[in-house]
Write a new protein. Structure first.
Length: 590
């Protein structure tokens, strides 16, 4: 392997806070490495150090001589007066470079190349910065959250771009689909150390669990031995010989291991004391347009109790506008939305929330409420924060000390602390670490109220929602009965636009001349199959949830872990096949 980057014994502190200590890793040609860590533990700081924008306390960083490095920052800065094209790179009028720039910018939906950067939104500027890196064709890509502010179409295009050729990259992303499909190595920054895994995200999950289980067993053994040695230390005479001193030193080393803890949650947080009536909301033929851009047109929808809806679509098709219409933030041009009297919205917006920088984390939450009634038990503000991985020490930090991801997590806690019965989450996964996403997924799966999620995170959507509203532009909205993966599979089987054009060009005949074109109904056999499929799918979904909970519990033996890990992909494949067949029959049954 041709080494591009070698990091040896790197240490970084901020005052009394140790981010990482004595970490070492290397990246070779062709490696596509994903960096995973909790918010606030130093992911972006590590990338800034590698980019030369941040100092470090100790260690060595060596890049291969003459290596060309392309860096995407989390929050890039531009000259507001520069045009989009000039902000990308100094092309000197080279037509080939300009053509390449136009192609990549078009894929990222930046079309006005002469528009001043100051007129672009933050998301558009991030896309220009990403284009800048891709156009420069570096030997090594260093990317901080490359999928933020990309819609699903752009994310899938970027996946293909980074997979092609022998590209080398190091990136921070919380998009687990993207990690799984793009990366062939994972680095995990945990407890100030670095752990390397030679595989994709799915491989990492399996091996990380093995590491955690082994560490937990080591700590348990150390605790047992520690109790014996502690008794010996207490009754040992003060005069100690050489052997006693050796045993005493070993005792202190043992004590360090025994007092370690693995920061794993043992219980799922279930909001069981949520009541919501049967009337939720009804969109009564609403329309909304901005000039010639139609977002909704005569849209009718009656939202059901306990529904968990995902909203997907390209940027600019009206997803966030629909949310703001529902919440009464903006008004429709025509029609109205009637909301039930018992509905209490909890809204998590893309824009986030401005906190008082000089307040403590715990005070932000206790200003909302001291506790939540969870149905028979009370969860305090501190317990909620701890569930979302704010340690007691971090809870007494000031807001200005928090990282961007920690602020988003605090905002999420502030929404949940209001104990809503209808959660509306607009891009909740941006800047949240993977562990927090898993916690939020569990919370939403168990949530007994209603949920609407707008997200480009495919993995998150698959875990949480039971159907989709697909915004396809110009007021075209499709209600799809399944998750995102099932929708993409269904979409891939649909005729291409060229096929539709050819069909449209065929001469149309009157319905009376073609009686065989009448919509066909389900046969008796198909009806029986349809009913059986519903039962089978429900049973498979229940088994899948049971398996996933067991695999995450940390209580399985090695044999059980292997058996359940083998069963899960087989079960998912069977579930996908039955779901697709159910969808085919449901289209006929309509």
């Amino acid at each position: 392997m041709n080494p591009y980057l070698d990091v040896q014994h790197l240490t970084k502190t901020f005052g009394a806070l140790l981010l990482f200590e004595d970490i070492s890793f290397s990246i070779g040609e062709g490696q596509r490495v994903g960096l995973i860590a909790k918010n606030g533990t130093g992911k972006s700081t590590l990338l800034s150090i590698l980019a030369g924008r941040e100092g470090y306390d100790d260690g060595n960083i060596v890049f291969r001589r003459d290596l060309k490095v392309g860096i995407l920052e989390q929050e890039p800065k531009f000259n507001a007066n520069e045009s989009v094209l000039d902000a990308c790179f100094n092309h000197h009028g080279d037509p080939e470079k300009v053509l390449k720039a136009k192609q990549i910018l078009t894929q990222l939906k930046i079309t006005d190349l002469h528009q001043p950067m100051g007129q672009l939104s933050g998301g558009q500027q991030k896309r220009v910065a990403l284009a800048n890196v891709l156009i420069s064709e570096p030997d090594l890509f260093i990317l901080d959250e490359p999928t933020n502010h990309l819609d699903l179409e752009m994310i899938e295009w970027l996946e293909g771009f980074l997979q092609r050729g022998n590209k080398t990259l190091l990136m921070v992303t919380h998009d687990r689909f993207f990690l799984d499909r793009v990366c062939n190595s994972i680095l995990e920054l945990d407890d100030q150390r670095i752990y390397a895994y030679k595989g994709n995200y799915a491989y990492y999950l399996e091996k990380r669990q093995e590491r955690v289980d082994a560490r937990r067993a080591e700590i348990a053994r150390a605790n047992n031995l520690y109790r014996t040695e502690l008794e010996w230390m207490r009754r040992m005479p003060q005069a100690r010989g050489h052997k006693a001193r050796y045993r005493e030193e070993a005792f202190y080393e043992l004590e360090k291991i025994a007092k370690q803890r693995i920061d794993e949650r043992q219980l799922r947080l279930k909001a069981s004391n949520v009541y919501i009536g049967s009337k939720i909301f009804e969109c009564q033929y609403i329309s909304k347009a901005y000039g010639e851009r139609v977002l909704l047109k005569d849209f009718y929808y009656n939202f059901a109790r306990f529904e968990k809806m995902g909203i997907v679509g390209n940027n600019g098709t009206g997803k966030s506008t629909f949310i703001k219409l529902l919440l009464g933030i903006i008004q429709p041009d025509e029609g109205r939305i009637v909301v039930g009297e018992t509905v209490r919205f909890g809204y998590f917006s893309q824009e986030g929330l401005q906190f008082d920088e000089n307040k403590k984390v715990i005070d932000i939450i206790t200003d909302i409420a001291d506790y939540i009634d969870m149905g028979g038990r009370k969860m305090t503000a501190s317990q909620l924060l701890q569930y979302f991985l704010f340690t007691p020490e971090q809870q007494h930090n000031y807001v200005y000390k928090l990282s961007g991801g920690e602020r988003r997590k605090l905002y999420l806690c502030s929404v949940l602390m209001k104990n809503p019965n209808f959660l509306v989450l607009d891009e909740p996964t941006n800047d949240l670490d993977i562990i927090t996403l898993q916690i939020l997924e569990e919370y939403l799966q168990d949530f007994p109220g209603c949920v609407i999620v707008v997200s480009h995170d495919r993995y998150f959507m698959d875990k949480v929602v039971d159907h989709l509203l697909v915004f396809r532009g110009q007021g075209d909205i499709k209600d799809f009965p399944g998750n995102y993966t099932q929708y993409r599979e269904w979409q891939s089987q649909q005729p291409q636009p060229s096929q539709n054009v050819q069909k449209a060009q065929k001469p149309q005949q009157t319905p009376t001349s073609q009686p065989h074109d009448k919509p066909r109904k389900l046969t008796f056999k198909e009806k029986r199959e349809y009913e059986q499929l519903e039962n089978d799918i429900a049973m498979l979904e229940a088994e899948q949830q049971e398996l996933e909970e067991a695999l995450c519990s940390g209580t399985l033996s090695v044999d059980e872990l292997v058996a359940k890990s083998k069963r899960l992909p087989i079960l998912k494949e069977e579930l996908d096949e039955k779901s697709m067949r159910w969808l085919e029959l449901s289209e006929i049954a309509k």
